[in-house]
Write a protein that binds this ligand. Structure first.
Ligand code: ZN
Ligand code: FE
Ligand code: FE
Ligand code: ZN
Length: 269
């Protein structure tokens, strides 16, 4: 069985996703999901980039758009409203202000930048050549810990996104991941099992089985997201996501409402 939900869906407001929310919903219903949550990219607090995120003035439109489909499809599927916000050190208060301005069911926290470098952006891939991969990974995990510690987020997104293009550390970073899991536990965040990595050069779910086992052993709740930027990507490869979760030791996943875990659901194949 696939999970009942997909919590990581984008909208065209971010400038690099396509389709209407109703089309995402139709696909979700078609594959048997009972619940979905939109989580488009929140306005960047450091700078504006209409190809990456919506801007501040589009937030009301985002909320209205989701509220409209929520009502329209009330009988067919539960629609929740989330948002994916970047963690940018030094801008915590600006991020907080955005997130407090609207009621969300959950906020997904993302690390897409290491020292101002968008390490997962295809246009900035050349910069990997000048980097020490071990250092990039260590910095990435440090930022994940800082994000969780910031208290801004409920769910940490794609928690090994740094592997996206296939760069691998030569050091064994298990201790770094364990330290990260400890901080996640203390700060009370959940993680998502995000299948978008399967569509990227690395061809792997985020996070890897090895990391997911550590998060499971540390008692970090998990949930699921396809990171869909197209309607047909809703629930993408979720069967594989469930298999990974079970292999890592998880027996349940969590459902969010009003920025709290509402309930847990059993996982099964
Ligand atoms: Zn995106
Ligand atoms: Fe992301
Ligand atoms: Fe996303
Ligand atoms: Zn994402």
């Amino acid at each position: 069985m696939i999970p009942i939900l997909d919590y990581h869906l984008h909208t065209k407001l971010c400038g690099h996703a396509q389709g209407e929310p109703s089309e995402y919903i139709h696909h979700a219903i078609k594959i048997g999901l009972k619940e979905i949550g939109f989580s488009d990219h929140a306005p960047l607090v450091s700078h504006n980039d209409p190809t990456l995120t919506m801007n501040f003035s589009q937030l009301p439109e985002y909320h209205k758009m989701i509220e409209d489909v929520r009502k329209t499809y009330e009988e067919d599927i539960q629609v929740k409203i989330g948002i994916e916000a970047d963690f940018i050190p030094g801008y915590e208060n600006d991020t907080k202000a955005i997130l407090e301005n609207y009621p969300y069911d959950y906020v997904i926290g993302s690390v897409h930048y290491v020292n101002d470098w968008a390490f997962d952006h295809p246009h900035q891939i050349q910069q990997w050549k000048q980097k020490n991969v071990n250092d990039v990974y260590r910095n990435y995990y440090r930022l994940l810990r800082e994000s969780a510690n910031s208290g801004l987020f409920d769910i940490m997104a794609h928690v090994d996104l740094v592997k996206k293009f296939g760069h691998r550390p030569s050091d064994d970073l298990s201790d770094v991941v364990r330290k990260t899991a400890e901080i996640f536990k203390k700060s009370g965040v959940a993680i998502e099992i995000n299948t978008s990595g399967l569509r990227k050069p690395v061809k792997e779910i985020y996070p890897s089985l090895k990391d997911l086992k550590i998060y499971c052993q540390s008692g970090i709740p998990c949930t699921f997201g396809s990171d869909a930027h197209l309607p047909e990507q809703v629930g993408w490869e979720f069967k594989q996501a469930v298999e990974l979760a079970l292999a890592a030791g998880y027996s349940e996943y969590v459902v969010f409402k009003n920025r709290k875990i509402e309930k847990t659901m059993p996982l099964s194949i």
